[in-house]
Ligand binder design. Structure first.
Ligand SMILES: Cc1cc2nc3c(=O)[nH]c(=O)nc-3n(C[C@H](O)[C@H](O)[C@H](O)COP(=O)(O)O)c2cc1C
Length: 198
């Protein structure tokens, strides 16, 4: 009896593993969080996305790029000439290049500053110029905070064009103006977006 039960639970586990691996491929997810406000809404959404993606079995790395020293691209073309794909600027972007190279899903989390994504997220995106695109990224998502409503056109257009250029699926965006920040409704939207990684 005991043996039968154990056997059945073993078969059940095998079925689960088979079902799980067939339905939900595990992805390496990289989240770039660009708000300098540690307790702000962008950091909160990035954490909620991470929790939801991890709960679904994905491998998630969350990087606070606002704390990193990442300069703008110099357009010196060293990378395309002598550099053989390497950037001449040896700043904190050097830590990000290997993570970008391994990521299969990329999440950009940033506040709106003057009607567009803030500078802290633009710098790492534009510094990808030396390698053109993240080699393995197939899916991308966007998390955006703002004070006002209706300020997302620039951010969404940029995000759409980057997805197209990098050949990644645009999984969509969650936006949160001031009265939508850290609410249960916004959390559910973030969880739903993370659920699209499957
Ligand atoms: C420099 C700066 C520019 C901003 N520009 C805008 C703007 O154009 N539109 C807007 O709705 N909010 C703007 N905001 C407000 C932020 O987007 C808003 O406070 C957001 O919630 C910040 O997200 P966080 O709390 O995750 O840092 C700006 C804030 C700063 C500091």
């Amino acid at each position: 009896m005991c043996c039968t039960l154990r056997f059945n639970s073993y078969i059940c586990k095998l079925k689960n593993v088979f079902y799980y691996s067939k339905t939900y491929p595990i992805m390496k997810v990289l989240i770039l969080q660009a708000s300098p406000r540690a307790n702000g809404n962008t950091a909160w959404m990035a954490e909620e996305y991470k929790k939801a993606a991890e709960a679904a079995g994905h491998e998630v790395t969350l990087v606070n790029v606002s704390k990193m020293k990442i300069a703008g691209c110099l357009a010196c073309e060293y990378c395309h000439n002598k550099g053989n794909g390497a950037c001449i600027q040896k700043d904190d972007m050097q830590e990000l290049y290997p993570l970008m190279a391994e990521a299969e899903a990329l999440v950009l989390a940033a506040p709106i500053y003057y009607f567009t994504l803030n500078a802290q997220i633009q710098a790492p995106i534009q510094r990808m110029y030396c390698v053109n695109k993240p080699a393995k990224v197939t899916k991308m998502a966007l998390l955006v905070s703002s004070y006002s409503p209706g300020v997302y056109d620039g951010a969404k257009a940029e995000f759409r064009d980057i997805c197209n250029y990098w050949g990644a699926e645009n999984m969509g965006a969650v936006t949160a103006k001031i009265d939508e920040q850290k609410t249960e409704e916004t959390k559910q939207k973030v969880v739903t977006l993370a659920g699209m990684l499957k």
